[in-house]
Design a protein around this ligand. Structure first.
Ligand code: ZN
Ligand code: ZN
Length: 362
């Protein structure tokens, strides 16, 4: 991973955002810029230097992982050490310190000025790192592709496991066991297996509920492999589907395909969302589509951009996004179909494409 290149590009834009220093507190952002994967750290950057503050637990790990920044092993909290480091820099002019508003806590925000004193101005930094992270480089796409391939293989396990009477958690456990055995560091989120009426619960984590004789089973799952996430949803039907279930599945599939067809460099994120919604509206299901059409993914399962209404972000080559429309009729049934695609100049590539016709388990 080109950590120093990423760091250099960020350092180059600090002056135009009037930032003398940038205090990076969001761990995935620290990892993106330095490679550090520990759970305690602060990365302090100005236009010509970068220092990672961490604690004694990470002495060896930080040296192995980080080459783009200096490393300071702090005796106190990394944040206090970073603030003391800043207090020790001698400057005649007032200094602007950018903070990440999404990750700095109120107590951290209050603590910093008590150490800095004097000519410092604390400001909310724009999401410069999140913006850079939207466009994946070749190595990132390679890793995401590998995570998606492994993630996709778990669906074959779900297909074999799913049968009436089995608990949702038993299906999820079989998938998660296989994921760890195949090298996944973990799941990118709690596996969703939602059967029968529960398929209408948009985020129905696998529960103790048993799979009924007849109905949809919604499976939404992903792994983390070499730091990168995968995310996929498939909805199968146990027993023979009624006409309305078949129609609902076809409508969601048509919506997903319309959204994928809309993806290309230069279109707005909300136009992809609109393409899915238009199809569901035509089938009278628009009011049952209660979430956004997709999200970026990478080091985190949910990243920019968001594919939702009023999102004017332009899609660009190298963005990796999910396309996941759904329809959920409360107390009855729900369907979601999700793939990950990478945006290209002329369209997009579906990573690990598979057949999406309705699978019926008898
Ligand atoms: Zn998902
Ligand atoms: Zn998703």
């Amino acid at each position: 991973m080109d950590h120093s290149g990423r760091l250099r590009r960020l350092q180059a834009v600090l002056p135009e955002h009037k930032l003398d220093w940038f205090l990076v507190t969001h761990l995935p952002n620290i990892r993106y810029l330095s490679g550090f994967t520990g759970s305690a750290g602060i990365l302090l950057i100005n236009d010509h230097s970068a220092t990672l503050f961490t604690d004694g637990r990470y002495r060896t790990q930080a040296r192995e992982e980080v080459s783009s920044a200096k490393i300071v092993i702090a005796r106190k909290s990394p944040l206090l050490a970073a603030a003391e480091f800043l207090a020790g820099t001698r400057t005649r002019t007032a200094q602007k310190l950018g903070l990440e508003p999404q990750s700095v806590t109120i107590s951290q925000r209050d603590q910093i000025p008590t150490i800095l004193r004097g000519k410092w101005k604390l400001i909310s930094a724009p999401p410069l790192i999140e913006r850079a992270r939207m466009i994946k480089d070749r190595e990132e796409i390679r890793r995401i592709r590998a995570a998606i391939k492994l993630g996709a293989s778990l669906f074959q396990i779900a297909r074999r496991k799913i049968r009436p009477g089995l608990k949702e958690v038993e299906v999820a456990a079989a998938m998660e066991f296989a994921a760890r055995r195949s090298g996944a560091e973990g799941m990118s989120f709690s596996t969703i297996i939602a059967a029968g009426k529960r398929s209408a619960v948009v985020h129905g984590r696998a529960s103790e509920a048993r799979i009924p004789r007849r109905g949809f089973v919604l499976c939404d799952f992903g792994v983390i492999l070499a730091g990168y996430c995968s995310d996929r949803t498939r909805t199968v039907h146990v027993g023979s589907p009624a006409g309305d279930a078949r129609r609902m599945y076809q409508a969601v599939l048509e919506a997903q395909q319309a959204a994928i067809a809309q993806v290309r460099s230069g279109v707005t994120a909300d136009s992809v969302d609109a393409a899915a919604r238009k199809v569901l509206k035509k089938h009278g299901l628009a009011q049952y589509f209660s979430h956004s059409t997709g999200h970026g993914l990478g080091l985190e399962i949910h990243e920019a951009p968001r594919l939702a209404s009023a999102q004017s972000q332009l899609l660009q080559p190298g963005m990796v996004i999910t396309i996941e429309p759904g329809a959920y009729i409360p107390g009855k049934q729900g369907v979601r179909i999700e793939d990950v695609v990478v945006v290209t100049a002329t369209g997009c590539e579906v990573l690990t494409p598979t057949d999406k016709e309705l699978i019926i388990i008898r």
